[in-house]
Design a binder for this molecule. Structure first.
Ligand SMILES: C[S@@+](CC[C@H](N)C(=O)[O-])C[C@H]1O[C@@H](n2cnc3c(N)ncnc32)[C@H](O)[C@@H]1O
Length: 258
C-alpha cells in the first residue's frame, strides 16, 4: 500500500493511525485498539454493510446493484432527456480549481466519472458506501491515467486525517446521506484551512421528472423532499454561495473553510 495513502487514513472510531499488515494472501489495516479493516481489490473496507441504517443501507444496496450499468444508463438517460453528460458534469466541476500535485477527494465518488475529467497531475481519493461502484472507479481512473486511492465508508464517518486535503467535494450523493450536517462537518474536518468545498446534487426540478417515469420512480422515488443544502453549512464558513446549473436541475453549493 502507498505510504502517503496510509499516512492519511485513521481508524474511524478511535481516530488512531493504522498499520498495514499481511495475513497470508490477504491484506488488512490494523488499529492499535485491535480493529482490522480488509483491503480488497486495493479498496480499504471500513464499512460493515450489515450495520448500515436508513438511506445509507438502501443506497448501498441499490448502487451495488446498479454499478455494472450506472455509467451507460446515466449516459443514455442524459442523451435522451438532458443533453450531453460531460457538458452537465462540467457545469458544476468548473467550481473546482485543481492544481498540479494537490490532494483531491470526492465523497460519494461512485464510478469516478467526475474525477476522470480533472487535472491528471493531482492525487485523487474517493469515498463511497458502494464497493461495486468503487471497483468501477478504480478501473476508470487506471484507464484515464490518473492515480486514485479508495475507501469504503460513510460520508458521515470518514476514516481520514484532519486537515489533509486541498480540494474536497461531493457530487450526486448528498441528497441521499442519512445525516447531511454530519457529512458536511466531516468534509470540513478533512479539508485544509483555506480550502474551497463544493457540494452538487439534484434540485426538486429533476425529482419531479423522475417521478413521472415508473422506472426512475422505482429507483429514486419515496425520498425526502430535497432540503435547501445551504442550511447544513455551519456558521463560520466563508462565502457560502448557492447556484443552480443545468437548467435548474442541479445545484452547486460552494463554501470556504476558514
Ligand atoms: C448518483 S451516484 C453519484 C456518483 C458520482 N459522484 C457521480 O456523480 O456519478 C450516488 C453515490 O452516492 C453514494 N452514497 C450514497 N449515500 C452515501 C453515504 N452516506 N456515504 C457515502 N456514499 C454514499 C452511492 O453509493 C453512489 O455511489
Amino acid at each position: 500500500m502507498d505510504a502517503e495513502f496510509l499516512s492519511l487514513l485513521r481508524d474511524p472510531i478511535a481516530h488512531e493511525p493504522l498499520d498495514h499488515i499481511r495475513d497470508g494472501k490477504r491484506e488488512f489495516l490494523s488499529s492499535r485498539s485491535g480493529r482490522r479493516y480488509e483491503i480488497d481489490a486495493g479498496i480499504v473496507r471500513f464499512l460493515d454493510a450489515e450495520e448500515l441504517t436508513g438511506n445509507n443501507k438502501r443506497y448501498q444496496r441499490l448502487y451495488d446493484r446498479l454499478a455494472p450499468v450506472y455509467d451507460l444508463s446515466t449516459r443514455i438517460y442524459a442523451r435522451v432527456k438532458q443533453g450531453n453528460v460531460d457538458d452537465r458534469i462540467g457545469q458544476y466541476l468548473k467550481e473546482l480549481d485543481v492544481k498540479d500535485g494537490q490532494r483531491v477527494i470526492e465523497i460519494s465518488v461512485g464510478t469516478g466519472r467526475n474525477l476522470v475529467g480533472l487535472n491528471h497531475k493531482a492525487a485523487y481519493f474517493g469515498v463511497d458506501i458502494s464497493f461495486g461502484m468503487m471497483k468501477r472507479c478504480a478501473r476508470a481512473m487506471r484507464r484515464s491515467g490518473r492515480r486514485v486511492s479508495l475507501v469504503q465508508a460513510e460520508a458521515e464517518l470518514l476514516p481520514l486525517k484532519d486537515g489533509a486535503f486541498d480540494v474536497v467535494f461531493s457530487a450526486g450523493g448528498f441528497n441521499f446521506f442519512n445525516d447531511k450536517s454530519e457529512a458536511v462537518r466531516e468534509m470540513l474536518r478533512i479539508a485544509k484551512s483555506g480550502t474551497k468545498l463544493m457540494i452538487s446534487d439534484e434540485t426538486e426540478k429533476i425529482r419531479a421528472k423522475f417521478d413521472k417515469s415508473p422506472v426512475t420512480k422505482a429507483f429514486y422515488g419515496n425520498q425526502d423532499k430535497i432540503a435547501g443544502p445551504a442550511a447544513f453549512i455551519p456558521d463560520g464558513c466563508r462565502d457560502v454561495e448557492y447556484k443552480e446549473v443545468c437548467d435548474g436541475e442541479l445545484y452547486a453549493l460552494t463554501f470556504w473553510k476558514p
